[in-house]
Design a protein around this ligand. Structure first.
Ligand code: SER
Length: 598
């Protein structure tokens, strides 16, 4: 087994293995999903590929491989233990309606066991397959393929949906039964029925092959997909820890330089006691995730809503734990810099946005310092006069609203004093406030296409025409898309622009879009390199690597944009375009709501 493999080697070994088997290497997508309005962050390697798993053609072909940056903040409170991270990299490969189980399982076996690759002893591998239910049959085929490849029959386990089903990444989307691969640590079985399902620590998961054949709909049904896909994912950090024989991901080479810097600026030692170790893991994890958020190609900034709120929560929690280790204000920037330096060769956006990352961190730290002092005083006062042991939701809301205390922090501070917080009441107060300040669910910006119906595709096409028309009418090529949210009924489009549009401008934009619709031009899609797209004046985020292919949608002379689709076939399919609202979305960002009338 390759026990001395490091992160760099594992990434390149993975990409080369699949490139050698006809896969196109694609770059990691942004941490903010384009195509999923149901979640805030990219949570898995397959997430940015959803349109292609649903049948859109990918410019890289039918076989793809990548290393995708992912964020999962569901278990943020578990960070500090040996295995939880809010950010991770996922090594992935995909078949978009191309190969299936009989190719994928032998490849998985080869990558895991061959001396040229991970060199794991086959007898130390255990695999799981789907036991079958009313949605999908028992996966005898995968079990037979594993056995044929060299896995012992007793190391193949049949498990139910709860364990052997993956997806969708959000609420709806592609999913299917899977086959997971585990390293057997050699520990004795915890019981006669011990299996990879029991999480006793005997089996450690390293890879997951998903056989994606279904689309889960909003009403919870599983519809067969047009094509059979394979989606596999190997968590980089977790696999490194397993191979390197480390008890914790924080002890692998992805974290050691970050932890070393925290040790240096704090003067404390990782591993010296439980509390110090936990604080260092939290700081290392949260700063690493924050760096990737602030340095993302879509640049997240700390704020009180959505992605910005998660970022603020991570930064503020890191700052609080830094204080516990006597790390001075301004010192965390040094930890952030180590993260940038460690990752910039793989994620070049971190180098490009280096100054922005450090600046945002400093600003948030200073802002938090100011509110923290006042807030802690307020907290002490409230706690002092408290009757009983539960802080009211109203008091917690005041701490949030006036002092910028994330609720989780109030809960933590309270717990330190043996107090509880009425979180339900806090949530009520929070919801009322959201509604009042027009920042409620309706306004919450999640981005992307709600589904892939023709009606939604037509509004998506209208969004492209709108984007171009805005740039033209406002004489501003920097009036760039900040996000979109498109359903069958309407489109929402956010773009950077410093002021409200005049009624004349709104009319001109509508006229320009309607002119394009009347012209009934054909909508064509071409594949080209990012540089060619740029040279042709296509609109879009130019984040893909040099030479990498992208899809460019052209609508006559009216629009040219890098995009994954889907779109209408001709502009004439669209009804009459009408803007129903133009308003501010956030500082420097405007929001347009529009419909198509038939
Ligand atoms: N989507 C699957 C996972 O996240 C495999 O890539 O595990």
């Amino acid at each position: 087994m390759k026990t001395d493999i490091n992160a760099k080697e594992l990434r390149s070994m993975w990409l080369k293995f699949f490139a050698d088997r006809g896969h196109t290497v694609i770059s990691s997508a942004s941490l903010i999903p384009d195509n999923d309005p149901t979640v805030l962050f990219t949570t898995a390697g397959m997430h940015p590929l959803v349109p292609y798993l649903l049948g859109e053609k990918h410019p890289g072909g039918k076989r793809l491989t990548d290393v995708q940056k992912c964020v999962r903040t569901g278990d943020i409170d578990d960070v500090g233990d040996p295995s939880h991270c809010t950010f991770f990299e996922m090594l992935g490969n995909w078949s978009l309606g191309d190969y299936f189980k009989k190719e994928m399982i032998p490849w998985s076996y080869e990558f895991l066991t061959d001396e040229k690759y991970l060199g794991i002893d086959p007898d130390r591998l255990a695999v799981t397959v789907f036991e079958g239910d009313e949605d999908c049959p028992r996966d005898e085929e995968s079990a037979a393929l594993w056995e044929k490849a060299g896995i012992k029959k007793e190391n193949i386990f049949y498990l139910p949906k709860e364990h052997n089903w993956w997806g969708p990444a959000g609420v709806t989307g592609p999913c299917g039964s899977d086959s997971e691969m585990f390293i057997d640590t050699g520990k004795p079985k915890c019981s006669p029925t011990c299996s990879p399902a029991c999480h006793c620590g005997k089996y450690l998961e390293i890879w997951n092959d998903v056989f994606m054949q279904f689309n889960k709909t909003a009403d919870g049904k599983y519809e067969p997909l047009k094509q059979k896909n394979v989606d596999t994912g190997m968590g980089l950090e977790r696999t490194l820890a397993t191979l390197q024989g480390k008890k914790s991901v924080y002890e692998t080479d992805v974290f050691t330089p970050i932890i070393a810097e925290i040790e240096r600026i704090s003067g404390a030692k990782y591993g010296s006691d439980e509390e110090t170790t936990k604080a260092m893991r939290i700081i290392a994890d949260h700063i690493r995730t924050s760096v990737f958020m602030m340095g993302d190609e879509k640049g997240i900034s700390p704020s009180n809503v959505d992605q910005g709120y998660i970022l603020r929560r991570l930064l503020r929690r890191a700052i609080r734990f830094a204080k516990k280790l006597n790390i001075g204000v301004g010192e965390l920037a040094k930890v952030a810099q180590v993260v940038v330096d460690e990752y910039a060769d793989v994620y070049t956006e971190l180098a490009t946005n280096n100054a922005r990352i450090i600046e945002q961190l400093d600003i948030e730290e200073q802002r938090f310092e100011k509110t923290l002092a006042a807030g802690e005083k307020e907290f002490e006062k409230v706690a002092h006069y408290l009757v009983g042991d539960t802080l009211s939701g109203k008091a917690a809301f005041k701490l949030y609203d006036t002092y910028g205390f994330p609720i989780e922090m109030t809960v933590e501070l309270a717990a330190e004093k043996g107090l509880k917080v009425n979180v339900d009441d806090f949530k009520k107060a929070f919801a009322e406030h959201q509604a009042k300040s027009h920042e409620g669910a309706e306004q919450k910006f999640k981005g992307g296409l709600a589904d892939h119906t023709e009606a939604t595709a037509r509004l998506h096409t209208a969004t492209h025409l709108l984007h171009r028309a805005l740039k033209t009418v406002l004489h501003d090529e920097n009036a760039n898309q900040k996000g979109s949210n498109i359903t069958e009924e309407r489109l929402r489009f956010d773009f950077t622009f410093p002021r409200a549009l005049t009624p004349e401008e709104i009319k001109q934009v509508e006229d320009l879009v309607n002119e394009a619709i009347k012209a009934d031009v054909e909508i064509t899609c071409e594949e080209m390199t990012v540089d060619e797209a740029k040279a042709q004046g296509a609109v879009g985020l130019f984040t893909a690597k040099y030479g990498e292919k992208v899809k460019v949608y052209t609508m006559g002379k009216y629009s040219k944009e890098i995009c994954g689709g889907p779109h209408a076939k001709r502009t004439g399919e669209l009804g009459h375009f009408k803007i129903i609202k133009e308003q501010s979305s956030s500082a420097g960002v405007r929001r347009i709501k529009a419909i198509l009338e038939y």
